[in-house]
Design a protein around this ligand. Structure first.
Ligand SMILES: [Zn+2]
Length: 311
């Protein structure tokens, strides 16, 4: 029997603060969709790993971040276009909502300010400050446990040695279908309609961290390719996710779904999520499918014999 893992990139405005033209609909949807997602997870008793960017734990900041080696240009949106938008920068009430939810969620780290850890420009001191600032921000919040899981912004894996240095134990790696992105609409459609999203095998990497690779982004098929698919076959993402859940029901691997609250823009998006969560809950009830957080998966992998070690 395999396992389903659901991880959430929780970032509000921070996921888009470095863009010259942030997608307004996604930016503005974040807070409402966050609560919708929590409500649906409670309805189906599905625990998730919420990977949160650091400022969301806070209620204010000096907007200077003078200690940060990335330089103050990186934080320009806090001083400029979002200077009067604390709702896009801070979210202690939304963090609290995770901790008091019925489902037993994990709170993890999505770095402090959504820095691309895999980029050449991200030096070790920058990565270290991103993690330390996140840990400090989280410590100011009444969390059920210290953060142990990391989701890299843009799924761009890097500086894993620094993760280990600061006590993190797991991260979401890139799955077989994760990178590179499909290079054409046809390939995108093929992945969504034909291929079963992969079951992944978490393993301990050379830094002692458990990599829990992603299987599928629940909102990865969008734009014109998505519209073509839906006209022809209904919602192919739901069908693909259900194939992945079925695979986890009969196999031994992990089906790792991920999404952002900012992905939930329409009733259609919410309905997709509801359908997939209902399917997970039904499979769990009928077949004993495991539904676990990244932390729980990592704990189990670390307690296994050393055969799960890969480099
Ligand atoms: Zn992100």
């Amino acid at each position: 029997m395999g396992t389903v893992v659901l991880s959430v990139d929780a970032e509000l405005g921070w996921g888009y603060h470095d863009l010259t033209a942030p997608p307004t609909d996604r930016v503005e949807a974040g807070r409402k969709s966050w609560l919708t997602l929590l409500e649906l997870l409670d309805t189906y008793r599905v625990p998730a790993t919420w990977a949160v960017v650091g400022p969301l734990f806070l209620s204010e900041c000096d907007r200077a971040h003078a200690m940060h080696p990335i330089g103050d240009t990186w934080f320009a949106s806090e001083r400029d276009e979002w200077a009067d938008r604390p709702d896009l920068r801070f979210a202690p009430s939304l963090i609290r909502a995770i901790t008091v939810a019925e489902a037993d969620h994990e709170i993890g780290c999505h770095t402090f300010s959504h820095v691309d850890f895999g980029a050449d420009s991200t030096t070790t001191p920058i990565a270290r400050e991103e993690l330390v600032a996140s840990l400090e921000a989280a410590e100011s919040s009444p969390l059920p446990a210290a953060m142990s899981s990391v989701v890299f912004p843009h799924n761009s894996v890097g500086h894993r040695d620094v993760l280990a240095e600061w006590g993190f134990t797991s991260y979401r790696g890139v799955g077989p279908n994760g990178q590179p992105p499909a290079t054409s609409a046809l390939r995108t459609i093929g992945r969504a309609t034909i291929a079963t999203p992969p079951l992944v095998q978490p393993y301990i990497d050379e830094f002692g961290l458990v990599n829990v690779p992603a299987s599928m982004h629940l909102y990865g098929l969008s734009g014109s390719a998505g519209r073509v698919c839906e006209r022809l076959w209904g919602d192919p993402t739901v069908a693909a996710a259900c194939r992945g859940i079925d695979a986890a029901t009969v196999g031994d691997g992990v089906f790792h779904l991920w999404l952002r609250p900012n992905d939930l823009l329409s009733d259609h998006d919410i309905e997709r999520l509801r359908t997939v969560l209902a399917y997970i809950a039904r499979r769990r009830e009928l077949s004993g499918l495991n539904v676990r957080t990244m932390r729980e998966v990592a704990k189990r992998v670390r307690s296994e014999p050393v055969s799960s070690l890969q480099t």
